[in-house]
Design a protein around this ligand. Structure first.
Ligand code: FAD
Length: 416
């Protein structure tokens, strides 16, 4: 990772990535791994301070991410998996239940024939692993830096940064600056937003007994909640909570004392993990399904949350984006090594085409799951209960569901 001298007025790159969250950095790392060296600049709005864990950062905040099997394979190929795995908790079983109804199912890693159904890693750890690796590459990083103007040229794209004289020109710009991307808007690419009217509250919860690698997905009429197994901290078992509630209730929970919060959580979640002991830092995220109106143009790609931001219930947002990243890096690398124009519309469309089915299936799955379980009509409740029961009775169905969650089904269907 090299710092660009602020005095130079004009610089040109093969690829400028706008947004250095989990997705932007992952793309930079996968490209930096390729044989043919790229001239890459990564622009991030906030300063990177690896040691400052108190700062609220969009990608590397107090959340945890359930990484799927497909993400593991991608990180493995990039040489990042050993470091990530050292602080990962293996999901050995997923326990799905519907509060107040009989339906319940368990998905087992052994039954699905895999070592784990997923791996839960704290975002701060993912951040420090990615940043450490980035520092060992030739990718230039400008942080903090924001794009003031972005304009298409005959060949490439020109960017001017806020509070800077610098003019940047790049053959390809990848916009990965998060949901409702300001940079995409500057290019006339807008987003469709369908709010769920819910907030997702996240916090780490200390337990009085081991979680045994079980992830709990609990559907309630107010919204789904997940308790994901985390590695122990100072000898104490912990889970990562993702709790979705209507906005008003979520606000009450955010302002409640720790004791009140734990009491509400215990009442809502039950006692499958014993007595809940302590709650860590809480954050709330407004939830919506947000998709950009376009993902590729000549010399331009919209990626990550800027392209599609999903309900977190199925833990698919980053995993899907990482599959996008892997395919995009492959497509760019192949175009370049075969002497083609890596920023040409046909090249970028071929990336989008390859990821289309995966994106559509994952969006549909993530969107339907919370909706299905938030319906209180008895017919729907009966349907979902029999669905859960059927999954429990038909092992093949359960393992197909598990394979989808692991990001395997879509890859198999899509591109092997
Ligand atoms: C509660 C919750 C739980 C989740 N759990 C999971 C899970 O278990 N598994 C999973 O796969 N996914 C999960 N997700 C989804 C996952 O967090 C997102 O998919 C992921 O963070 C997207 O990363 P990103 O880099 O695209 O966007 P972001 O994380 O939003 O990063 C965007 C970056 O761009 C920077 N930026 C913004 N504007 C500019 C600008 N103008 N110029 C330059 N830089 C800019 C920001 O500072 C930021 O660093 C969860 C999401 C939520 C809300």
């Amino acid at each position: 990772m090299t710092e660009t001298p602020a005095t130079q007025n004009s610089r040109s790159y093969d690829i400028v990535i706008v947004g250095g969250g989990m997705v932007g950095i992952s793309l930079a790392l996968l490209l930096a791994e390729q044989q043919h060296p790229w001239k890459i600049l990564l622009l991030e709005a906030q300063a990177y301070q690896q040691s400052d864990h108190s700062e609220h950062r969009p990608s590397f905040d107090a959340r945890s991410t359930a990484l799927s099997w497909s993400s593991r394979k991608i990180f493995e190929a990039a040489g990042l998996w050993p470091a990530l795995q050292s602080q990962a908790s293996h999901i050995k079983k997923i326990h799905v239940s519907d509060r107040g109804h009989i339906g319940l199912t368990r998905i087992d890693a052994q039954e699905a024939g895999v070592e784990a159904l997923g791996y839960v890693v704290e975002n701060r750890w993912i951040g420090s692993v990615l940043l450490e690796k980035l520092a060992a590459t030739s990718v230039e990083v400008l942080a903090p830096a924001r794009v003031a103007t972005i304009k298409p040229l005959k060949k490439g794209v020109r960017l001017i940064l806020e509070d800077s004289e610098q003019i940047l020109e790049s053959s390809l710009v990848v916009i990965a600056d998060g949901a409702n991307s300001k940079t995409a808007q500057k290019m006339g690419i807008h987003s469709n937003q369908q709010p769920y009217g819910q907030q997702g509250i996240i916090a780490n919860i200390a337990l009085d007994k081991p979680h045994d690698g079980v992830a709990y997905e609990r559907f309630t009429d107010q919204g789904p909640m997940a308790m994901l197994p985390l590695p122990d901290y100072q000898g104490r078992p912990r889970c990562a909570l993702v709790w979705t509630e209507p906005a008003e209730k979520a606000e009450q929970l955010m302002t409640a004392s720790d004791e009140e919060f734990l009491q509400c959580l215990q009442e809502r979640f039950g006692y499958r993990l014993g007595m809940l002991q302590q709650v860590g830092e809480r954050h709330a995220y407004p939830l919506s399904l947000t998709t950009s109106t376009e993902q590729v143009r000549r010399n331009l790609v919209v990626l990550g949350n800027a392209a599609h931001s999903l309900h977190p219930v199925a833990g698919q947002g980053f995993n899907l984006s990482l599959r996008d990243v892997a395919v995009l890096a492959d497509v760019l690398g192949s175009a370049r090594s075969s002497g083609g124009d890596f920023a040409a519309l046909e090249t970028l469309e071929s990336y989008q085409q390859q990821q289309l089915a995966d994106q559509q299936n994952t969006l549909l799955f993530s969107d339907n799951l919370p909706k299905l379980f938030s319906q209180s009509s008895s017919a729907i409740a009966l349907g979902r209960n029999s669905g859960l029961l059927m999954m429990d009775l038909i092992p093949g169905l359960r393992s197909r569901f598990a394979r989808f969650g692991m990001g395997m089904a879509t890859r198999e269907a899509g591109h092997g």
